[in-house]
Design a protein around this ligand. Structure first.
Ligand code: SAH
Length: 546
């Protein structure tokens, strides 16, 4: 929580056009600590997965009833969150840039009227980035000295006038689109036809036949090159070239669907030479990776580099716990804590310790949360020495205004234990604040220390809606352990849902579990990630039944 104001603060954040790598550094840092994220239809799962996993995720692109939320309701919702959650970070996440046909200005006006503090985090607009990913520069010396971004869709409907939620409107079968809609377009075609610069239409697919005809009527060259770029910057990006006179028929023939932009002008020709985005072996495939985030980043990076869109769906999560002390551990018996009775602690007993040692950021956050909830504040730590396992945990402590006295050079539990051994000698006044799965390294090195368990790691209890939807349209699920199969099946109740039944498994135990749960399986030859990645590529490149 960044601000200590009376109200929450709203951030109007541009999510970029799809590729999560195009989210700004500022946008990412806010999403990582957001308490609420109010997001639109066009925000990609890759960007949503960067949000604080504990944030409340509100989809205003499509509600459970499949109705879009009206703009006026979104405005009210933002104000409501800010008023009801003092100090909270409320992220309003929009496709592309919030002020480019994103209605960000309207939302900001509403926030000003309500006295709510806000900040705008610009995004990479699809109008420029999508052509760039198709190798089309929007300006080019000698070809185009200006470019114009135009909405191809205006409607009296307050939500769709210039909203970023055009997908479903544009997905309407082309032949079924009514001309009535085109008549609502109040574009100045005379002026547009005279423009020498590049014309870029957003939300224009449904009306493009009409737009192209009007431009020709107003004198624009029917041979003007034009490109439709569909789902730009995502693994499903597609470029379809045409000319002004063939625009309408090309959309029908090639079944161009939203989201797509239309770019017109001489620069389009450059796309034939400059199209740099390669078709990779896994381009267009959406894969679900079920490992915990830290473990999965390796495989995620590799599958992404091969062109796949990866939905990381860890099957375990951490939860804050009121600190408890395991009976056997108070005296430092370094056995597994599993079968010991856990007793809730009394924060007053902090007085018994003169060194507090933290081994994870989760531990720090959870400890302070519970401490504050119990009515105490940081003054209870006055005079105590603080130890941390490494730099990240040390930084987290600083967020609470506390400097660490001891941090081992090597950032390991063992390093911390050895360092504290030197400091405390035979003293027993060390308190370890750890998770339920922490190993006994520290206790073995500091046998007189006490351990409080301040958070626990559990199987994920439920999937957020956006992830459920992303998984529902995935091509396959990647499993690296039987427990991941079990958890995933429980979470998604595969039997009754449209989730993909194809799975890539590592090892025969995982394969057996996946089969038991009704998955079709493709199993790696060896039980390594290398072998699994190789198998996935083979499967998709050598025919899907290889
Ligand atoms: N604020 C957004 C635009 C919102 S209007 C921005 O700055 O990009 C929504 C329109 O943007 C869509 O109808 C489509 O024309 C365009 N668009 C957004 N993302 C796109 C993508 N990944 N590929 C192609 N067009 C996209």
């Amino acid at each position: 929580m960044e601000n200590s104001n009376h109200f929450g603060k709203v951030y109007l954040i541009g999510a970029g056009p799809g590729d999560p790598g195009l989210l700004t550094v500022r946008g990412k840092s806010i999403l990582e600590k957001a308490d609420v994220v109010v997001y639109d239809r066009l925000v990609s799962p890759g960007v949503l997965s960067l949000c604080n996993p504990k944030a409340k995720m509100v989809d205003v692109g499509k509600m459970p009833t499949h109705h879009k939320v009206k703009q006026s309701e979104i405005n009210k919702l933002l104000v409501k969150f800010a008023l009801e959650m003092p100090g909270a970070t409320v992220a309003r996440l929009k496709g592309g840039d919030p002020f480019v046909f994103g209605r960000g200005g309207e939302e900001a006006l509403e926030l000003v009227a309500a006295g709510v503090e806000f900040e705008v985090v610009p995004g990479v607009t699809s109008a420029i980035a999508v052509p760039a990913y198709a190798g089309i520069p929007v300006s080019h010396r000698g070809i185009a000295t200006s470019f114009h971004i135009i909405t191809g869709h205006e409607k009296s409907d307050e939500r769709t006038l210039a909203g970023s939620l055009q997908t479903s409107d544009e997905s309407v079968c082309y032949s079924e689109r009514s001309n009535a809609e085109s008549k609502n377009l109040s574009l100045d075609f005379e002026t547009l036809a005279k423009c020498q610069g590049t014309l870029i239409f957003l939300m224009g697919i449904a009306n493009m036949d009409f737009i192209a005809r009007r431009l020709i009527e107003c004198g624009k060259d029917p041979k003007t090159p034009l490109a439709f770029i569909e789902k730009g910057t995502t693994p499903n990006q597609r470029t379809v070239m045409a000319t002004l006179e063939t625009a309408g028929e090309t959309i029908v023939r090639e079944n161009v669907t939203a989201p797509a932009i239309t770019i017109m002008g001489g620069v389009v020709e450059l796309g034939k030479t400059l199209a740099w985005k390669k078709n990779l072996p896994l381009s267009g495939k959406r894969l679900v990776v079920t490992r915990a985030a830290k473990q999965s980043s390796g495989i995620t990076a590799r599958l992404t580099a091969l062109g796949a869109e990866v939905i990381e769906t860890p099957m375990i999560e951490t939860r804050d716990l009121f600190p408890c002390c395991h009976a056997g551990l108070r005296s430092g018996i370094a056995n597994s804590s599993e079968n010991k009775v856990a007793e809730p602690v009394d924060f007053k007993s902090l007085a018994n310790y003169n060194i507090l040692a933290f081994t994870s950021t989760n531990g720090v956050e959870s400890f302070f949360k519970q401490l504050f909830a119990a009515g105490y504040d940081v003054r209870v730590l006055a005079g105590k020495k603080i130890a941390s396992v490494g730099k990240i945990t040390e930084k987290k402590m600083l967020e609470y205004g506390i400097r660490c006295d001891y941090v081992p050079e090597d950032h390991t539990g063992e390093g911390l234990g050895l360092l504290l051994q030197k400091v405390v000698g035979d003293e027993s006044r060390v308190l370890l604040l750890q998770g339920n799965l922490a190993d006994d390294t520290l206790l073995k090195l500091l046998p007189k220390a006490t351990r409080w368990t301040v958070y626990e790691t559990l199987p994920v209890a439920e999937l957020p809606d956006w992830k459920r939807e992303a998984i529902a349209s995935a091509d396959a699920i990647v499993f690296a352990s039987s427990s991941a199969v079990e958890n995933f099946s429980r979470l998604s109740s595969v039997g009754q849902s449209p989730f993909s039944r194809l799975s890539f498994c590592i090892g025969c135990m995982t394969e057996a579990s996946a089969k038991k749960h009704g998955f079709e399986t493709v199993t790696s030859d060896e039980t390594t990630m290398d072998s699994l990645v190789k198998k996935i590529v083979e499967y998709y490149t050598m025919g899907e039944n290889a």
